[in-house]
Design a binder for this molecule. Structure first.
Ligand code: FAD
Ligand code: SF4
Length: 536
């Protein structure tokens, strides 16, 4: 996003991205193509999706030219106004007055539309929401997908429908449910189809498979006012890592909450950017999330039909459930699903789970095998993504773990995030009953009591000073000149909804303050807010 706005203002821009560049036809057909789905280049996996395991949470994120948009479900929701009234950004700007126009720009650029495609899983969600008395809160998601008119099967290619002919030709969605496996039809509005496409067209250079390993001020001034040296290596190479050096007057970090924290910790530690605030790694938030669901063996409907997240509803003020699916044949996740098990986490829950599983095998061996076999999983399974907008924060530190004292890694600290949301389990049971199936949950949550999240935000939050955060209200990094952060790490409060639209709107706002290249004095530094500023 930042690249596009900076090129428009006349700057020369280079985008360093450690992931690969993808064409629709290169995406995996199913999740069994692990090497084209997962990103772990040292293991030979060169996909676009990664999972990072921490003591408190497993973080899912994307890694590609286009960032997380390549693997996300493209649900693009604006949070309620109250998010500006809490967190470290509170009072630093008139957010409620300023943000609507930036959300409007983000909505236009990402091609957000109300989902018109409801699949069988969405209809089941609506029916069950009605039964539990919450049908009135059922909604169609807002998504960044190029959808056909209602009743049209899709797959129609047309010249750019979004940017007055400046963008690429696009093809309408065919409701295959594959959005999180990468859209093989060019219907999902990923960043390489909008912001990055336009930026490259206007001269930005994108360097794929290029990992940034160092950023340091040029020797003439420690605060970066003379510019920076950026060092990179080839992310997909084992031995010839092709180290390169670039110089630039300014730097924008957009490596995601996890990536930016990790890079800045490394750079602070090795003395390249020693003035980064000690607040780095604090106020990391995840929505409290629980993945549950139901399997309907032999379902007459193909439950993988639709878009990845087509609908949702509110179980109560804080608890939000979305119907999620994977495309037909993408059954690898089926290896991780098991019987829904209640009770607080720990030994007792594991014992109860074992008892349920063994009991089911003894009583109904064939039915149990049909429930647990991975084949047919995507066709027969509805994942229920339950998100609770209750503020839970953890901290990331840069430490040597006890089991590997040879180098430092990101490690999580803080209070446990709950993996057991009783109301959600109850809802999954009702859902399964309505659908004629069995309620299920995720094996790692039961065995290890570690929730998963695709929505990690914070860690470099916006604040009034380096005593409380890492960037100021215009995303300028405290302690340095012409250095900015434009990604999920700056988000300072719990959003309660999927974060990408807010990250885009915040970045639009941050870039709106940058002057045209011809007028730049190259001395843009973070401001410590005075109480007068905060009161104003
Ligand atoms: C399966 C899945 C589904 C999701 N669904 C949704 C959804 O429906 N709606 C929603 O709002 N959000 C969703 N998300 C979350 C969403 O993808 C992220 O919140 C969003 O992409 C974060 O944007 P960002 O700009 O912070 O960073 P990202 O979009 O993650 O981009 C950061 C990029 O930086 C690169 N990078 C990191 N470190 C370096 C380095 N050292 N050098 C070079 N490059 C580097 C990474 O490879 C990555 O491509 C989903 C996520 C996943 C994993
Ligand atoms: S449902 Fe299929 S065609 Fe539609 S956006 Fe998702 S992956 Fe693309």
């Amino acid at each position: 996003m930042a690249a596009h706005r900076l090129v428009e203002k006349g700057y020369r821009v280079a985008v360093m991205e450690m992931g690969r560049r993808w064409r629709p036809e290169d995406f995996p057909r199913t999740s069994w193509s692990i090497h084209r789905w997962f990103w772990r280049p040292k293991l030979g996996l060169r996909g676009f999706f990664d999972m990072r395991f921490f003591r408190h949470v497993t973080i899912l994120h994307g890694c590609a030219v286009g960032g997380g948009s390549v693997t996300y479900a493209s649900t693009l929701l604006a949070p309620p106004d109250k998010v500006w009234e809490s967190g470290n950004w509170h009072g630093l700007a008139d957010w409620k007055a300023e943000m609507p126009r930036h959300y409007a720009t983000a909505v236009r650029m990402l091609g957000v539309t109300e989902n018109k495609i409801l699949g069988p899983a969405d209809r089941l969600l609506k029916k069950t929401a009605d039964i539990v008395g919450c049908g009135h809160t059922f909604y169609h998601t807002h998504v960044g997908i190029f959808e056909p008119e209602e009743g049209d099967p899709g797959s129609k290619t047309v010249p750019d429908p979004f940017f007055g002919g400046e963008g690429p030709p696009r093809t309408t969605c065919i409701s295959c449910g594959g959005c999180m496996m990468g859209c093989r039809y060019g219907a999902k509005n990923t960043l390489d189809q909008n912001y990055l496409y336009l930026a490259e067209k206007r001269g930005a250079r994108v360097f794929p498979e290029t990992k940034v390993v160092n950023v340091k001020p040029l020797p003439a001034s420690d605060d970066g006012s003379s510019g920076y040296e950026v060092q990179t290596v080839r992310s997909t190479a084992w031995i010839r890592r092709h180290p390169q050096r670039f110089t630039s007057r300014g730097v924008v970090f957009s490596a995601s909450a996890l990536g930016t924290m990790e890079l800045l910790f490394q750079l602070k530690e090795k003395g390249s950017l020693p003035a980064i605030s000690r607040q780095l790694g604090k106020h990391v938030r995840t929505n409290s999330e629980s993945l549950i669901g139901a399997r309907i063996p032999g379902s007459s409907d193909d439950l993988s039909q639709g878009i990845a997240i087509g609908s949702g509803f509110y179980l109560d003020e804080h608890t939000h459930i979305e119907a999620v699916r994977y495309p037909n044949g993408s059954d690898a996740m089926g290896l991780l699903t098991t019987f829904l098990t209640d009770r607080r986490p720990g030994r007792h829950r594991i014992l109860l789970w074992l008892q349920n599983a063994l009991g089911s095998f003894v009583r109904h061996p064939f039915h149990t095998l049909r429930l647990l076999r991975p084949w047919g999983w995507a066709r027969e399974f509805v994942v229920l993504l339950c998100m609770q907008a209750l503020d839970g924060q953890i901290q990331m530190r840069w430490q040597r773990p006890w089991f590997w004292p040879f180098r430092k890694f990101l490690v999580s600290r803080g209070q446990k995030i709950p993996t057991y949301i009783p109301k959600a389990n109850e809802f999954a049971r009702t859902f399964a009953q309505v659908a004629g199936g069995t309620a299920m949950s995720m094996l790692p949550e039961i065995l290890f009591d570690v929730p998963g999240t695709a929505h990690c935000i914070g860690g470099c939050v916006i604040a009034d000073s380096p005593i409380r955060g890492v960037v100021d209200y215009r995303h300028r990094v405290f302690g340095y000149k012409n250095m900015y952060i434009c990604d999920g790490s700056v988000v300072s409060s719990n959003l309660g909804v999927n974060p990408s639209l807010t990250i885009t709107a915040l970045s639009e706002r941050a870039m709106s303050f940058i002057p045209p290249a011809k007028e730049s004095q190259w001395n843009d530094g973070a401001e410590v807010a005075t109480s007068a500023h905060i009161a104003a």
